[in-house]
Design a binder for this molecule. Structure first.
Ligand code: FAD
Length: 462
């Protein structure tokens, strides 16, 4: 069983590749009126409906609601610029169905809420007809972007790939980024007093390495020579799975069943294991689905019929181990091969070290022991190979540190050698811990933004 297979069922909206990373170029002029933000994808009646739905999904409480943060305007913009035509049409069709013959508009507020809740529940129960609602709702929940859009200072520029950071040798500072329009292949330059370079760990590192100049011959902000090095990814794969002969009358409703997280329990107060640091478990709980026929023994009438009913409850424990930093694990630009934009492809060299490998056996035996204690009908080891890149938590290739000789960024994610450039994605990490990383990236980003604004105000960044 693979973690990716488990995650696959969770569903995702198909966005074109440039969303949501470097999708914004900040412009200096402030457009204050929300009306000027209307991208014009939705017709007036559709837009009005989206406003009503937004207000139901994200009403004003003690904090601002979706209408105040201009969510409908953002939806209009993103649906227009970032969704594939099939997804655009599915949303329009869904809105039409919801308000067939003015049905929705003629309802009372209470009835509207009931109908939206019903649509939401159906979407969650995989009703394909209501997938449009899930898509719209997920976009509405990307709360920080609508809020930023509402300031009038955010411009969406999809179909763009950042090629390099522009270094102005006269001003002795980074002044902007150079991008390639991925449809026309034309190059454009955008300028800003402060640059946040966040294309995800490896892509950011690639941009740094591509940004060479007299000042930075080995890549932008690479005085230390560590850009591209110390690549890490959580050591995952091993664990255990169990089936339980209980709760057969229970099925999935809403967001059930509940999965579990087991935080790291090794080497906490004292070193109690023969390796450094340790691992946590993600535990996915579900009922076995019909494909179980492929993987389990059985033949005949009873067996065949049983495959069309929900299978037994099962729990799968996947370990996530800390990966220690190692200079030898690295990414670097290929000198020959180019991608379709004419940019060098990135080569990856990484292998797990002895410390990670020594966690493998206990990752399996601890999971077996925990699951066995829950009275299952069957427990089996998960022995999937652990290959770097498999956990998809790549990080560390432009790490932070207090010494500019051995790191790229300071503790505020600011480049030691370019104070107006910040990197707050996974590239900044100098250790992996064993938890999922994205919330940490977001927290670091919030802190770095606050710091950058204050530094700008103080005139320390010009
Ligand atoms: C299947 C899967 C499941 C995951 N599950 C979890 C989880 O449960 N919890 C967790 O914490 N983490 C999880 N992760 C990891 C998580 O997705 C990443 O850590 C997180 O998305 C990193 O955020 P980011 O903003 O740095 O990069 P991204 O979210 O990758 O955003 C970067 C953006 O920049 C764009 N971009 C790249 N290069 C360029 C360029 N040159 N020019 C312009 N734009 C560019 C990309 O298209 C992308 O939109 C998962 C990853 C995957 C793939």
């Amino acid at each position: 069983m693979k973690r990716r297979d488990v995650l696959k069922g969770m569903g995702a909206i198909a966005l074109y590749s440039s969303f949501p990373g470097v999708l914004a170029e900040f412009v200096s002029s402030c457009k204050s009126k929300a009306q000027t933000l209307r991208a014009g994808f939705f017709a007036d009646d559709e837009f009005a409906l989206i406003e009503e739905i937004t207000d139901i999904i994200l009403p004003k409480t003690s904090t601002p609601g979706g209408l105040e943060t201009q969510v409908p305007y953002f939806l209009d913009l993103v649906v227009k610029n970032c969704l594939a035509p099939a997804d655009q049409q599915s949303i329009q069709k869904g809105l039409k169905q919801l308000n067939a013959d003015g049905k929705f508009s003629s309802l009372s507020k209470k009835e509207k809420i009931t109908l939206v809740d019903k649509t939401d529940a159906a979407a969650f129960n995989n009703d394909a007809d209501k997938a449009w609602f899930m898509a719209l709702k997920r976009l509405a929940l990307i709360g920080h972007l609508p809020a930023a859009y509402a300031t009038g200072n955010l411009t969406l520029r999809p179909f763009s790939t950042v090629e390099s950071v522009i270094w102005d040798s006269k001003k002795n500072k980074a002044t902007g980024v150079r991008i390639i329009d991925t449809e026309t292949m034309k190059t454009y330059e955008y300028f800003a007093p402060v640059i946040f370079l966040n294309a995800s760990a490896l892509a950011t590192t690639k941009i740094l390495l591509q940004s060479t100049s007299d000042r930075f011959p080995e890549g932008f902000a690479n005085d230390s020579g560590v850009v591209g090095h110390y690549l890490m990814d959580h050591y995952s794969g091993p664990g255990a799975a169990a089936q339980f002969d209980i709760l057969k009358d229970q099925y999935y409703f809403g967001q059930r069943s509940t999965s579990v997280y087991v935080p790291r329990f090794q080497n906490l107060q004292k070193k109690d294991r023969p390796f450094n640091r340790g691992y946590a478990y993600e535990v996915y709980v579900s009922r076995a689905e019909w494909t179980r026929g492929y993987h389990a023994p059985g033949t005949g009438e009873e067996w065949k019929d049983s495959l069309s009913a929900p299978g037994p409850w099962q729990a799968s424990m996947f370990a996530f181990g800390e990966c220690l930093p190692n200079y030898k694990n690295r990414v670097y630009l290929d000198k020959e091969k180019k991608d379709k934009w004419g940019l060098p492809v990135l080569n990856v060299e990484m292998e797990y070290g002895d410390n990670e490998k020594s966690m493998r056996a206990p990752m399996i035996s601890d999971a077996m022991e925990m699951l066995q204690s829950g009275g299952p009908v069957g427990v089996s080891e998960i022995t999937d190979a652990s290959v770097p890149g498999m956990t998809i938590h790549e990080m560390g290739t432009a790490r932070m540190g207090s010494d500019p000789k051995t790191s790229v960024l300071n503790r505020f994610n600011q480049c030691h050698s370019a104070p107006n450039v910040f990197i707050t994605d996974g590239a900044c990490m100098d250790s992996t811990a064993c938890q999922n990383p994205s919330l940490t990236y977001m927290a670091l980003t919030a802190r770095a933004c606050d710091y950058a604004v204050n530094e700008l105000k103080k005139g320390n960044i010009k």
